[in-house]
Ligand binder design. Structure first.
Ligand SMILES: Nc1nc2c(ncn2[C@@H]2O[C@H](COP(=O)(O)OP(=O)(O)O)[C@@H](O)[C@H]2O)c(=O)[nH]1
Ligand SMILES: [Mg+2]
Length: 394
């Protein structure tokens, strides 16, 4: 075997994978040709004896091993991979699961494809021609996998256009692409869940290639995929999708429209079902229901990561105050536009609504849930390990 075309750091997230470590390292060692500079970086959140097993297996591994254990598993799987990548020292980084559902034998092909095509990202895909997802047990897991892939691709048609398997956990990426994202305002969010999605959307790799593979059965232990992880995934999608302020304004508007449902439902209850309540107070009360609905959605999904500036009660009160001011300001503003600017009623009302909506969005987006504008090195470069990748050639 000739050496691989590039040096490589193999990042492996592990959570209680003790029974897979020996097999994994043996297969990686066999797959990486001698003369290649390689390292395996374990990003470990285990609560069992996986760490000890890794330390013990490292002594026998043909490829040098770096163990990064996190006492606090911030950001779960995605956070672990980001920290593993920060510790990787080679120009190519491969991310691979520990349970051998991803065949390590494919690593040379991923790198060969990347160097041959010049792509910055090479994804091992279950969905491209020749791929197979046989290892997903049960129709339910398959359905979840294909529908979330479809949803994700339709939300990011451009960034994911070259990817058939954006949810893959097995890929190779060039350091240059990762560094670009780290330099951006928001950096890579360690809280991101599906790390490939995060990298593809935030790093915008120059050139994407795919290599088909068959997703295998788990070697040992059990899957950590849960419904909770599913919720995390949905929140991750929304965070990524609303990274752009224009997209946030769009979502803000859609949420506002959806608020008409509880608003009108309560209005109907109060005026039709509870006889005697006058239309005006009913309208005011119903509007609060709409605002509460909007707040719940906005606060828990769109601005979930921006809530640190104010307590929940203060956020709700501000949100409601701005929402009610909207109602109060709209009519005088339209009157002003008609009187002072000589507009007719319809365009004046439409313009007043647009102005009030924009003002409301700006208060919420720029003040209530403001983003930090300092350049956060969300992906810190870690100083090289005391034991850097040794050059096997000498
Ligand atoms: N560090 C870390 N690794 C995790 C975490 N959750 C899962 N993993 C690892 O991520 C990989 C994929 O997880 P797995 O449970 O096999 O997911 P599945 O293949 O979708 O069923 C495995 O190597 C796990 O050990 C976590 O919270 N932290
Ligand atoms: Mg697995």
């Amino acid at each position: 075997m000739t050496a691989l075309p590039a040096d490589v750091s193999i990042v492996v997230p592990t959570f209680n994978e003790a029974d897979n470590i020996h097999e994994l390292l043996a297969r990686i060692g066999a797959a990486i040709p001698a003369g290649t500079r390689a390292e395996v970086v374990f990003a470990d959140d285990s609560t069992d004896h996986t760490c000890e097993v890794i330390e013990e297996a490292a002594g026998r591994s043909a490829v040098p091993v770096v163990l990064h254990h996190r006492p606090v598993p911030e950001g779960g799987l995605g956070g672990a991979v980001v920290e593993g990548i920060a510790r990787a020292s080679a120009p190519w980084i491969v991310v691979i699961d520990a349970d051998l559902q991803h065949p390590p034998e494919l690593i040379p092909q991923l790198l060969a494809r990347g160097t041959a095509t010049g792509a910055e990202l090479v994804v091992a895909s279950r969905y491209t021609a020749g791929g197979d997802r046989g290892g997903l047990d049960g129709g339910y897991r398959k359905l979840v996998s294909s529908s979330s892939t479809l949803l994700t691709k339709s939300l990011f048609p451009r960034a994911l256009s070259g990817l058939t398997d954006p949810m893959s956990g097995f890929f190779a990426i060039r350091r240059t692409a990762v560094d670009r994202a780290a330099a951006e305002e928001e950096g890579l969010q360690p809280l991101g869940y599906k790390i490939l999605l995060e990298l593809a959307v935030r790093c915008r790799p120059r050139g994407i290639a795919e290599v088909p593979y068959a997703f295998g059965e788990r070697h040992a232990g059990e899957s950590k995929s849960t419904a909770r992880e599913g919720m995390r995934f949905l929140r991750h999608l929304i965070t990524l999708r609303t990274a752009d302020p224009r997209a946030r304004a769009g979502v803000f508007g859609l949420v506002g429209l959806s608020g008409f449902v509880p608003n009108l439902a309560l209005l109907w209850l109060l005026t039709d079902q509870a006889p005697g309540l006058h239309y005006a107070p009913a309208e005011i009360i119903a509007n609060q229901a709409g605002l509460l609905w909007n707040f719940a959605l906005i606060d828990s999904f769109v601005y979930r990561n921006q809530r640190r500036h104010h307590r929940r009660g203060a956020r709700l009160l501000t949100f409601a105050a701005v929402g009610n001011a909207d109602l109060v300001a709209r009519i005088p503003l339209a009157a002003l536009l008609i009187g002072a600017a000589g507009m007719t009623a319809l365009p004046a009302t439409a313009l007043a609504m647009a102005i009030v909506f924009t003002a409301r969005f700006l208060v919420v987006d720029r003040w209530l849930y403001r983003r930090l504008h300092t350049t956060l090195p969300a992906l810190p470069r870690v100083t090289p390990d005391p034991d850097p990748v040794p050059d096997p050639l000498g």
